[in-house]
Design a protein around this ligand. Structure first.
Ligand SMILES: [Zn+2]
Length: 292
């Protein structure tokens, strides 16, 4: 299930990869958890969200393509191709799958009006640029890239950090090309698309809220990585900038949307990635929409 209608908005998942890489080992990913913690959840996580053979979590790397009556928007831009990365699966890839899937959804890069990044980690900025004649150029030449100023300013001080691997090839080139609009974390593009502050995973992480004709959705970014965190909102992911703030943000987000009809588009969840949050006991349950 790759496309949904949300009022007048057409929403597409543009999947780059969906895999259970060894890098997504549950305890490596959530360093405060134990094998016993995961044993409680294994039965329902497998096979969709946890590979039954390797035990690794299944994570999707994807963008959300948002087509309103006025704008074509790409939210997050995956890992990208030809980029030197420390993670083997992400290093110097050349599949072209992202652009193929964007084309399959009916959009050429030139037609994109806005690119929004929930945060500036390497798996959310990759296709901001592509290699042309040995230079990194904006993949979406006519788009305005919407960046949080505060998020950008933080990462500008973190050169050389692994979490910041995309900086030189996927962030700076769009700034230098003059394609960026700097915003605060409550920026509204119009009355159908706006940012929602969800800090913690990174200093000024945002989610993207969509509303059209009474229907609503929210694109999470990385405030959640696995549906297990709905039942265990205190589980902090290893790359969280401020784990306590991330926990607070996650719980507040789940409380805000739990039991509502808002479609939650969970960026890294396995297919179909979107669904509803339901209250369950003192925590929550992610009910995937339809079938994968
Ligand atoms: Zn991510």
């Amino acid at each position: 299930m790759l496309q949904r209608q949300l009022g007048h908005i057409t929403l597409d998942r543009i999947v780059e990869t969906e895999s259970a890489d060894p890098f997504f080992d549950p305890i490596g990913f959530f360093p405060e958890t134990t094998p016993e913690d995961w044993a409680r959840h294994k039965a329902w996580l497998q096979p969709r969200a946890m590979d039954p053979v390797s035990g690794a979590l299944v994570l999707t790397i994807q963008s959300f393509l948002v087509r309103t009556r006025h704008h074509t928007i790409v939210v997050d831009t995956c890992v990208g191709d030809q980029k030197p990365r420390s993670m083997p699966r992400w290093n110097m890839t050349s599949s072209g799958r992202f652009l193929e899937n964007l084309t399959a959804a009916g959009v050429q890069p030139e037609q994109v009006d806005y690119v929004m990044c929930t945060h500036l980690h390497r798996d959310h900025v990759g296709w901001n640029t592509r290699l042309r004649d040995g230079r990194w150029v904006p993949t979406f030449p006519n788009a305005t890239y919407v960046f949080s100023r505060k998020e950008y300013d933080y990462w500008a001080t973190q050169s050389g950090q692994r979490a910041n691997e995309g900086w030189a090839d996927s962030v700076l080139p769009v700034v230098e090309a003059g394609r960026v609009t700097w915003v605060t974390n409550d920026y509204a593009l119009d009355d159908e698309v706006w940012l929602e502050p969800t800090p913690g995973h990174t200093p000024d992480h945002v989610s993207v809220h969509l509303r059209s004709n009474g229907a609503e959705a929210v694109i999470t970014g990385d405030l959640l990585h696995t549906p297990a965190q709905c039942l265990e909102p205190t589980w902090a992911m290893r790359a969280d900038f401020d784990p306590d703030l991330a926990r607070k943000t996650r719980r507040a987000f789940l409380e805000r949307y739990g039991g509502t009809d808002v479609l939650v588009c969970a960026t890294h969840f396995p297919s179909p990635s979107w669904g509803r949050v339901l209250p369950r006991g003192d925590a929550f349950w992610f009910e995937f929409a339809g079938s994968a």
